[in-house]
Design a protein around this ligand. Structure first.
Ligand code: APR
Length: 234
């Protein structure tokens, strides 16, 4: 049976595709007030501003392509059972060919009912030719159509399946996340003892995990090195 790898990714995964992180200098939260554009209260206070913000992010996303890091993660599926647990709302893991991708913080290319985010009847997947939501557009249940994004102040429904996957991992890989945001950052506590953890990030990242090997490189070079390690070449 193939070994199980869980790959937890954050904004750093998509930097080499041209997307910015949140907390680095010039990160997204430096240029846009997070409380306004990515919190539940912000949505309630000004849905037009929030709708336009995510329209802008979608226009940006459709010009981006997966980088080598995404592709190497997808290629792991040749030798391992791979589950990607991502905090990213982009779809670059899927575009690179990863088949099991669990999004913790929602998906930029989806919109949903603001009355019940998880009501799949009102989900709509947008495409490059149809990515703008006019402010005021309603979902089928009469509520405002909103981005399928987990805003600050909201529950993270996919954390439960993510915990289960993490508990089953034989190898745990973390790529491009500052591990600042819970509950995602707490997944590391569910890694079984003796399971190796590889952390790929060009900067130091504080973790309390055991067995952590820090590959201090960007996502693509870091994944190149990890693949050699996993194949016993280093
Ligand atoms: N390759 C890999 N990692 C990189 C690269 C790169 N080329 N460039 C930067 N990084 C690292 C940074 O060093 C940092 O540790 O990516 C990390 C990005 O951290 P954050 O900006 O905090 O992003 P993330 O951890 O994904 O944020 C978590 O916070 O704002 C919310 O919902 C949002 O999902 C997001 C969550």
């Amino acid at each position: 049976m193939k070994k199980r790898i869980v790959v937890l990714t954050g904004a750093g995964m998509s930097v080499e595709s041209g997307l910015s992180t949140f907390r680095d200098a010039d990160g997204l939260w430096e240029n846009y007030p997070v409380q306004q554009v990515a919190s539940h209260d912000g949505w309630e206070a000004d849905p037009t501003l929030v709708t336009n913000f995510y329209n802008m992010l979608r226009r940006q996303l459709v010009t981006k392509k997966p980088n080598d890091g995404h592709k190497f993660v997808a290629e792991l599926e040749k030798d391992f059972h791979v589950d990607v647990v991502t905090q990213n709302v982009d779809n670059l893991h899927e575009e690179a060919g990863s088949t099991n991708v669990l999004h913790l913080h929602g998906e930029l290319m989806k919109v949903c009912s603001s009355y019940n985010v998880e009501d799949t009847r009102y989900w709509r997947t947008l495409t490059a030719d149809d990515l703008e939501i006019a402010p005021g557009t309603k979902a089928g249940d009469g509520s405002l159509l909103r981005p399928y994004i987990v805003f600050f102040g909201e529950a993270v429904p996919n954390i439960e399946p993510a915990i289960t996957l993490t508990q089953q991992a034989d190898i745990f890989v973390i790529i491009g996340t500052s591990l600042n945001v819970y509950p995602a950052a707490g997944l590391i506590y569910y890694v079984k003892p003796n399971v190796p953890i590889y952390l790929i990030d060009p900067k130091p990242v504080t973790t309390t995990g055991h067995n952590v090997t820090h590959i201090q490189k960007g996502a693509s070079d870091g994944m190149r090195e990890l693949i050699k390690i996993l194949h016993g070449e280093e």
